[in-house]
Ligand binder design. Sequence first.
Ligand SMILES: Cc1cc2nc3c(=O)[nH]c(=O)nc-3n(C[C@H](O)[C@H](O)[C@H](O)COP(=O)(O)O)c2cc1C
Length: 198
Amino acid sequence: MTEKNSVRVADYPIHDLFLKRSSTRYFSEESMSKEALLTLLEAGRWAASAYNNQPWVFIYVLRNSPNWKKYLELLFPSNRQWAEKAAALVFVASRKQAPEGKEVILLEHYSHSFDTGMATAHIMLQAANDGWSAHPMIGFDMHGLREITGIPKNYRMEIALAIGRPLNPSDIANNEEKPSLRLPLSEVAFEEKFEEKE
Ligand SMILES: Cc1cc2nc3c(=O)[nH]c(=O)nc-3n(C[C@H](O)[C@H](O)[C@H](O)COP(=O)(O)O)c2cc1C
């Protein structure tokens, strides 16, 4: 892992935002305006996608909605226990087929999930830029979400994001949250030939 006293350090000069973004489990209960949330989704909208097919959809709910609890309860308990303080939840799905009339190489649009992951990363980085944290979660009831939202079967459920204002580490009692570190670049980037790592 690349670490210096558990502090995230980049070995090459990247934008601070990449190190600043993290998936906190400690949110303040600050609420978020719809405009602030739509600003994050706007960043997602500008992601690259194969053939510019833009296969993503974002279903959002703000904590001040009377339906908030219904959506929160879709999260697995291990996620719900910290995400209940988030200001918004965003559920991300991707359309499996290209839009009608568009040229595609494959019937099942090969990169719909990949494209949507790119859009999700945009949202997460914009959140970090704006002083929010967007924590991705795979642990939620996807069938339940389909029922509540009417997301059709030709869409793949991808991820849920809990978005809120992260607490300052000094304001977290018994803070056990350590910044997550990363494998060295040399273990994942190879010049010319793949190298098997043990
Ligand atoms: C596809 C995906 C699914 C994840 N699912 C969960 C989850 O259900 N619960 C959770 O607490 N974190 C979840 N995470 C967050 C990861 O644990 C986190 O991104 C990783 O440990 C790196 O930490 P960082 O995001 O703070 O850099 C998920 C992340 C991704 C990308």
